[in-house]
Unconditional design. Structure first.
Length: 302
């Protein structure tokens, strides 16, 4: 009734500016709080409340801290994780991106391939960074982490323009001989041969760059796309793995073994709605977007 009366009398539903209880903090205090949050982007609202109490002698609860920061545009978000990059890595990534940034129709002939590991248990580390819109690639908003071995299923797949390969399961460690015998010969090469003018993309993992693998590609007349080291974020197939991973994480059914996880992936993801062509981004437009993000990220880091 109060809202209706307010609307009929004053043609608004929001509170008047300045109404309600007065804030404990002033505008100057809020700016100081924002500086504290931007100094340590990973500090939680409880940690900021403790620091604020020490610095000013005024107690603020964690919810008040979050509310003040939200009013100033700082929202707690999941940080962007990346592989640690050396100066040479960044230089080569930038050089590669500049060489291929004008490609358009060429991307329709590229077959992007990769292995990915899906773990039995998905967990959220609960680490958040406070940032404004458009600050995702700022160095202070990125957390570096090395990939570790956990129980799960390793798979291989490839995508092209509106097409995909079969999803292969890889059991155990993948070496160069197994890569040829279990991936390239039965699936990758026939898939490439079905696409006129196809160019094959793979990362620089040791099984991919061994001399025996290079000789195999030469014998099969497979054209390779040079790829910069430590650059999984520049391949559109990573978005496909992300779609699959998020759908598996949302499944409420418990998975007790790697075999069950593989069966679930085959039934729910591959044959239904997870890895079909509609979920593969159009390669040309996707690569344009990836180039813009990669170039922006590289410029921010240097």
């Amino acid at each position: 009734m109060r809202v209706w009366k307010q609307w009929t009398d004053e043609c608004r539903t929001t509170r008047k500016s300045g109404s309600g209880p007065r804030n404990v903090t002033s505008a100057r205090d809020d700016r100081h709080l924002v500086r504290m949050a931007r100094t340590d982007r990973t500090a939680s609202s409880r940690q900021l409340a403790a620091l604020w109490s020490i610095a000013t002698g005024v107690s603020l609860c964690a919810s008040s801290i979050r509310r003040r920061l939200l009013q100033c545009g700082l929202r707690a978000r999941t940080p962007l994780y990346r592989i640690p990059l050396t100066h040479d890595h960044r230089r080569l990534r930038l050089q590669w991106a500049n060489q291929h940034r004008d490609w358009r129709a060429d991307w329709q002939h590229v077959v992007f391939s990769d292995e990915s590991r899906f773990n039995l248990w998905y967990h959220d580390g609960r680490i958040r960074v406070r940032r404004y819109a458009g600050e995702r690639h700022l160095p202070e908003c990125i957390i570096e982490r090395h990939s570790g071995r956990t129980p799960g299923v390793m798979v291989w797949g490839a995508i092209a323009y509106h097409r995909r390969s079969q999803l292969l399961r890889i059991v155990g460690n993948l070496n160069s001989n197994r890569y040829i015998r279990e991936v390239l010969q039965p699936e990758a090469v026939p898939f490439l041969q079905s696409l006129p003018g196809a160019v094959f993309q793979q990362d620089n993992a040791r099984p991919h760059t061994a001399r025996i693998v290079k000789s195999f590609f030469a014998a099969q007349q497979v054209q390779l796309l040079p790829w910069p080291a430590c650059s999984p974020d520049m391949s559109p197939i990573e978005h496909v793995w992300d779609v699959i991973g998020r759908r598996l994480a949302r499944d409420p059914r418990p998975v007790a073994s790697a075999d069950e996880l593989w069966i679930m992936k085959k039934k729910k993801i591959v044959t239904s709605s997870g890895f079909e062509e509609n979920n593969i981004l159009q390669t040309s437009s996707c690569m344009d977007n990836l180039f813009l993000k990669a170039l922006k990220s590289l410029l921010l880091r240097d």
